[in-house]
Design a binder for this molecule. Structure first.
Ligand code: FES
Length: 94
């Protein structure tokens, strides 16, 4: 199973490939991610994946536009509430 590591806090969780990070928060007790709206609107869950951002699933145009609004480069940032854990991934919170 793929593993998510939050570098800032050392928190780690393993889950079935394709599990949404919101589900990890709600059902697996991961607490380091500062989720708020959980709909890709507020930007509180912005993070920088270390390695390939595609390990967190496809990025929608709405997510790209929101990251740009936040002054973050969509090529190397993600809104974690819009992500799925696809492969081993390390992230740094923004
Ligand atoms: S929790 Fe608001 S954008 Fe992700």
């Amino acid at each position: 199973m793929p593993k998510l590591t939050i570098v800032d806090t050392g928190e780690k969780v393993e889950a079935k490939s394709g599990t949404s990070l919101v589900d990890l928060f709600e059902f697996d007790g991961i607490r380091s991610i500062p989720f708020n709206c959980m709909r890709g609107v507020c930007g509180s869950c912005a993070a920088k994946p270390i390695g390939s951002p595609i390990h967190l699933g496809e990025q929608s145009n709405d997510e790209k536009y929101k990251l740009e609004d936040l002054g973050l480069c969509p090529d190397n940032h993600r809104l974690l509430c819009q992500c799925k854990l696809m492969n081993d991934t390390q992230i740094e919170l923004v």
